[in-house]
Design a binder for this molecule. Structure first.
Ligand code: FNR
Length: 189
């Protein structure tokens, strides 16, 4: 059977992002069980229908990356009880049909959601909003398990990096569950 291809979308553009670190930890956990890449999308412009056609090069690139992925794993921060605007902007671009004959690339893709915050609610509210949006876009959401990590500061190493002491087994569990979820989807079950 072909190797599963997972694309991670991190809802933060910050270099030291905890959510980016969480995505990299997931990549390490998945190891050689699947291909796993982080989507870089800092150069995707703000959605503006005046520039929608022909699609800007960064938009073509992210669409192709999503199109060739078997599953999308979101790692999102929470901004004001919502997911960040950069992620909404990306999803707005991805939500549009490529042409009259080619549909949007998110429909039917399996999706997992995780998030980490220094605050107390572990990105749960942002995740719920994200579920609403990606369900509308017809993604197949794995609602359980989702991963919400709060109080990130309590899980840092000496260098200020996310060490995930308590949360590591939950991330391992979610990684295994998502690979199964994607596999079942690919087998049409
Ligand atoms: C935040 N932060 C935040 N945290 C939270 O738990 N709930 C929230 O509603 C908000 N709101 C919020 C708004 C804005 C505009 C910013 C910039 C930040 C804090 C946020 O969780 C924290 O900065 C994280 O570290 C951001 O994630 P990354 O960049 O570390 O992945």
């Amino acid at each position: 059977m072909q190797k599963i291809n997972i694309l991670a979308i991190v809802g933060s553009l910050r270099k030291g992002s905890y959510n980016r670190q969480l995505a990299l930890a997931a990549k390490e956990i998945i190891g050689d069980r699947a291909a796993f890449a982080l989507l870089e999308y800092e150069d995707v412009p703000l959605m503006n229908q005046d520039i929608e056609f022909p699609a800007p090069e960064p938009v073509k690139r992210v669409r192709n990356a999503v199109k060739s992925a078997d599953g999308i794993w979101f790692f999102t921060p929470e901004y004001n009880h919502f997911f960040p605007g950069v992620l909404k902007n990306l999803l707005d671009w991805l939500s549009r049909p490529i042409s009259a004959s080619e549909p949007q690339v998110l429909a039917g893709k399996p999706a997992a959601i995780s998030g980490v915050t220094p605050g107390m609610f572990g990105t749960a509210l942002a995740q719920d909003h994200l579920v609403t949006l990606i369900s509308f876009l017809n993604m197949k959401v794995m609602n359980a398990p989702r991963l919400t990590i709060s109080y990130a500061a309590q899980q840092l190493d000496g260098q200020g990096k996310l060490a995930l002491r308590d949360s590591y087994p939950y991330l391992e569990n979610q990684a295994g569950a998502f690979l199964d979820f994607v596999r079942r989807h690919m087998q049409g079950k």
